[in-house]
Write a protein that binds this ligand. Structure first.
Ligand code: SF4
Length: 64
């Protein structure tokens, strides 16, 4: 699984709070970023949840 966060991110940090091991807020880009190139399997479910909950629909998932 690979994940990108688009410029639609509105910075409410829900994904950061849900899974800080994967998502962090980048103060320079003013959007959240993903810490991994490929998401470790143990985080896949919570990443899908973050994508569902993202009010800006900014979390894009590409499944393997
Ligand atoms: S939940 Fe969506 S809008 Fe909120 S910080 Fe994460 S990517 Fe951005």
């Amino acid at each position: 699984m690979k994940v990108t966060i688009t410029s639609q991110c509105m910075g409410d940090r829900n994904c950061n709070n849900l899974c800080p091991d994967v998502f962090e807020y980048d103060e320079d880009q003013l959007k959240s970023i993903v810490k991994f190139d490929t998401i470790p399997e143990k985080y896949e479910d919570v990443v899908r949840q973050a994508a569902r909950e993202c009010g800006a629909e900014a979390i894009e998932i590409v499944e393997d």
